[in-house]
Design a protein around this ligand. Structure first.
Ligand code: 5GP
Length: 130
C-alpha cells in the first residue's frame, strides 16, 4: 500500500507545498514543532534513510539544504535543525525545524497554525528559494 507521503506526491492527499523537483518534494509538517517545520522527501518510496541509494541520499541532502536556507531566510530563529526519525511514516523524510531552544527539537510541544498560517508560511519559504 502506498505511504501517506506517496499519496501526497500523487495529489490524493493535500499538503502545503514548499518546494518540488522531479525527484523530491518539500511540504509543511501538519503537526509542527515550530512554525516553518518542513518535511523533505524523495518521491521514490523507501522506508529507511540508510536504504536509499547513494545518489538519492545525496540528492535529498542537497534539496534539504536549499529548502533549509530558504527557511532560515523566512522564519526568525536561532538556526534550522535537521532530524531524521521515521518511526511514524515509513517513507524517508528529513525534518527541517526552526529552532530557538532544545524544546523545539523534542517533538513534544507543538505549534497550532491555522490554514491561513500554513498557506502563508509555505508561500513565504517558497519565495525565498534560490
Ligand atoms: P516521523 O515518522 O519522523 O516520526 O514523523 C512523521 C511526521 O510526519 C510527523 O511530524 C507528522 O506530524 C508528519 N505527518 C504525518 N502525517 C502527515 C500528513 O498527512 N501530512 C503532513 N504534512 N505531515 C504529516
Amino acid at each position: 500500500m502506498a505511504s501517506i507521503f506517496t499519496k501526497i506526491i500523487q495529489g490524493e492527499i493535500p499538503c502545503y507545498k514548499v518546494a518540488e523537483t522531479d525527484d523530491f518534494l518539500a511540504f509543511l509538517d501538519i503537526n509542527p514543532n515550530a512554525k516553518g517545520h518542513t518535511l523533505c522527501i524523495p518521491k521514490k518510496e523507501v522506508d529507511k534513510i540508510m536504504d536509499l541509494d547513494e545518489e538519492t541520499y545525496i540528492g535529498l541532502m542537497r534539496f534539504a539544504r536549499t529548502v533549509g536556507i530558504a527557511i532560515e531566510k523566512t522564519i526568525p530563529c536561532n538556526r534550522v535543525g535537521m532530524t531524521v526519525i521515521g518511526l511514524e511514516v515509513p517513507h524517508v523524510h528529513v525534518h527541517l525545524i526552526p529552532l530557538n531552544s532544545m524544546e523545539d527539537a523534542r517533538f513534544l510541544s507543538k505549534e497550532t497554525l491555522s490554514k491561513d498560517d500554513f498557506e502563508a508560511v509555505a508561500k513565504a519559504i517558497n519565495s525565498n528559494l534560490e
